[in-house]
Design a protein around this ligand. Structure first.
Ligand code: HDE
Length: 706
């Protein structure tokens, strides 16, 4: 590849010689203190880290104790402001590889060079809650990706829903204020089930579609490994001939999509508030690297106006039946962070971080985002040099005449910090935009128009796609949406807000949905609202979670319940089978102490049933043994089975334990398996776990009053 002038200018940086090696670059900043002396930040060796300097053993502390002062001052400033939104998050490193053929529509090097492995950093988040809030709350998930490409850092800052709540960025502060905890009490934490959120969304119909996603199972994912990501905004891609197309980014997990039940989500918020971050960390540590396929929906410039919605409207998706997703590459997350603060907390994403071959559209939400992210980093990360924090640094050379500022880490050489200059031979210098050189060139879109504060009339249909979404769900997913609206609105104290949401929003989306919610909330819909003809929509087949099944059970967790006198052969069979399937089987005993097998041998426990409840697992196996009476007396074990059953999980009851179904007042169904020998049901169990839930078990009567 031809070297540009600016690349040549970077060769004075030995740490960046191999700029495809993010690891090598980060090594320069890693602090490994093994074998090192404890020192102050100035490098002075400390002889006593236990006692401050005092005037006598019982005297006052002396002002001159610079060691104490430095330590305490640093500690006092350890916290930085959390993100105003997306504060709660977890991240991992990964690698992206492009598929062949993308040069048809983009010149971006990381998308066209199929030999390259582009290092990535990916952060998952919830939107509403603070840093310490629970993982499993009902919320849209952030899915932000940083690609350390050879042409500069590219950030694809997405969500797990393809649409957003508002159309124009000027409404973002209003939306976020309404969604955040209420200002007088700072309640509720990490939830939208309160008056101000529903007040705002019921007054602003453009929120209807995204709220529908937030009320669906998409907003309570089982883990981050099984969520889709979407760029939401429409972007452009530009090829080497300067031709542009509009694109919408999608990325889909190879693991399939899964969800929590609402009861499970709420229980997990207490039983394991770190459930999602723990899952991601454990999966990567155990070598179950999650993978996604990146794709784009491509719309030629000439087709910009061929849809019945506006491509620039971020509250709309392009149904995949109209424009299929073209796969352009895949990525895998294969390395955990080493230091949460330095990496996950300090990473700074920004939709304005683009590289040649990618450009913006005029989507007014995107335009606002291009401004907001850098602006927020200035205060969160304390000044304009946050790009020098290791996790944010490009891996390609970067040079310019920007100088000084808070936390400047570079010692810039040379006398000239301006351009043009003759003192330093005009370095660093511009790179011409010609494709082979790689200088960034904005797409020369023609713009004619008056300066105006006005929404385009093409942004005005707020309900058809919300209806499309609802109509594209399976009946059980629709029931969950109804229940979510009822749950959330039941927490709204002002009855007129509940009523407005039902009458002014839901009645315009879908009368069946509106009626079900209205009945449960005791709201009467006037007949004139019920006689309205809502537009016909063709359901999309790519919206229900059922469209994205799991191909295997890698990384799924199985609880193996044991008591004294357990049949060891079956315990061993479950563990061997799980290992073969790359699933995780954990033996849970009444306490963490080993139990005895029927032949008197010790069976080690990975944890205790009370400490590792069924909500943490995808399936439960209760192993047989000469201990039925013990189990009947064990409330925790019985509750374990009942809870797994209520959460629609596959349950295997081996040997005499099959009788438990009746003793516990449960009904055997396609999701309850029993046999003397685990191996005989292993295949069936695998199929059930791949389906994830036994939906037929969900009590419909509880969902619909009647
Ligand atoms: Fe963000 N958003 N956003 N957002 N957003 C932030 O930047 C903003 C929007 C998204 O893991 C902030 O560094 C505005 C859409 C993610 O660090 C802030 C608007 C989408 C993350 C900001 C939007 C997102 C953020 C807060 C409307 C999906 C977390 C902290 C015009 C495509 C990134 C920060 C991470 C974070 C502004 C709308 C996704 C305040 C003004 C649409 C995943 O700058």
């Amino acid at each position: 590849m031809k070297e540009t002038k600016s690349e040549l200018a970077g060769t004075d940086r030995p740490d960046l010689k191999n700029h495809n090696e993010k690891n090598a670059q980060l090594d320069a900043y890693r602090r490994d203190a093994t074998g090192q002396a404890l020192t102050t930040n100035q490098g002075v060796k400390i002889s006593d880290n236990q006692n401050s300097l005092k005037a006598g053993t019982r005297g006052g502390t002396l002002l001159e104790d610079f060691i104490f002062q430095e330590k305490m001052t640093h500690f006092d400033h350890e916290r930085i402001p959390e993100r105003i939104v997306h504060a709660r998050g977890v991240a991992a490193h990964g690698v992206f590889k492009a598929y062949p053929g993308n040069e048809r529509f983009t010149k971006a090097g990381f998308l066209t060079d199929t030999e390259r492995e582009t290092p990535m950093f990916v952060r998952f988040s919830t939107v509403q809650g603070p840093r310490g809030s629970a993982d499993t709350v009902r919320d849209i998930r952030g899915f932000a990706m940083k690609f350390y490409t050879q042409e500069g850092v590219y950030d694809l800052v997405g969500n797990n829903a393809p649409v957003f709540f508002i159309q124009d960025g000027i409404k973002f502060p209003d939306f976020v204020h309404a969604m955040k905890p209420e200002p007088h009490t700072e309640i509720p934490t990490a939830q939208t089930a309160h008056d101000t959120f529903w007040d705002f969304v019921s007054l602003v119909p453009e929120t209807a579609h995204a709220v529908m996603w937030a009320m669906s199972d998409r907003a309570i994912p089982r883990n981050f490994r099984s969520i889709q990501g979407f760029g939401v905004n429409t972007f452009r891609m530009i090829n080497a001939d300067g031709e542009a197309v509009f694109v919408k980014f999608h990325w889909t997990p190879k693991q399939g999509l899964t969800q929590l039940t609402w009861d499970e989500a709420q229980k997990l918020a207490g039983r394991d508030p770190d459930f999602h971050r723990r899952d991601l960390y454990d999966a990567i540590e155990s070598g179950n690297y999650p993978e996604w396929e990146l794709g784009v929906q491509i719309v030629p410039e000439a087709d910009e106006h061929k849809f019945d919605f506006d491509l620039l409207d971020a509250t709309k998706l392009i149904p995949e039946e109209l424009v299929p997703v073209t796969p352009i590459g895949s990525f895998v997350l294969n390395r955990n962070v080493e230091n949460f603060f330095a990496e996950t907390e300090q990473v700074a994403f920004c939709p304005a971080h683009i590289v040649p071959g990618i450009d913006f559209s005029n989507d007014p939400l995107l335009q606002a985002r291009v401004f907001s992210y850098t602006d927020t980093q200035l205060i969160r990360l304390g000044g304009p040099n946050f790009h020098q924090i290791p996790i944010n640094q490009p891996v390609c050379p970067f040079h310019n005449n920007q100088r000084d500022g808070y936390h400047q880490r570079a010692i810039h050489r040379g006398q000239a910090s301006y351009e043009p200059n003759s003192i330093d031979n005009n370095w660093p210098t511009e790179t011409t935009p010609a494709a082979s050189n790689g200088g960034f060139e904005s797409y020369a879109e023609r713009i004619d128009g008056r300066k105006i504060r006005e929404r385009s009339p093409s942004f005005s249909d707020h309900f058809t796609q919300a209806r499309l979404y609802y109509r594209s769900l399976t009946p059980y997913e629709q029931r969950h949406v109804v229940n979510a609206y009822v749950f959330e609105l039941s927490k709204v104290q002002r009855l007129y807000i509940r009523e407005r949401e039902v009458l002014e929003i839901l009645c315009n989306i879908d009368l069946d949905l509106a009626q079900q919610v209205a009945i449960k909330l005791g709201i009467v819909i006037p007949p004139e609202k019920l006689n309205v003809e809502l537009p016909e929509v063709t359901p999309s087949k790519r919206i229900s979670l059922e469209a994205f099944p799991a191909p295997d059970i890698k990384g799924k967790k199985i609880a193996v319940l044991v008591h004294d006198k357990v049949n060891q052969a079956n315990v061993d069979a479950v563990l061997a089978w799980a290992k073969e399937e790359s699933a995780i089987a954990e033996v849970l005993a009444p306490t963490p102490a080993p139990v005895l097998s029927s032949s008197g041998a010790e069976v080690m426990a990975d944890g205790m049933q009370r400490g590792e409840p069924s909500v943490l697992y995808d399936a439960v196996v209760m192993v047989d043994g000469d201990n039925y009476d013990q189990v009947l007396k064990d409330g925790t074990a019985k509750h374990y089975i009942i809870e797994a059953y209520v959460h629609l999980k596959p349950i295997v009851l081996l040997g005499e334990k099959a009788d438990l179904i009746n003793s516990l007042g449960l009904v055997a169904d396609e999701g309850t398996l029993s046999h003397q020998d685990f191996k005989s049901v292993a295949m069936e169990l695998k199929q059930l776990i791949m389906k994830h839930r036994v939906w037929a078990r969900e009590p419909v009567s509880e969902m619909i009053p009647g």
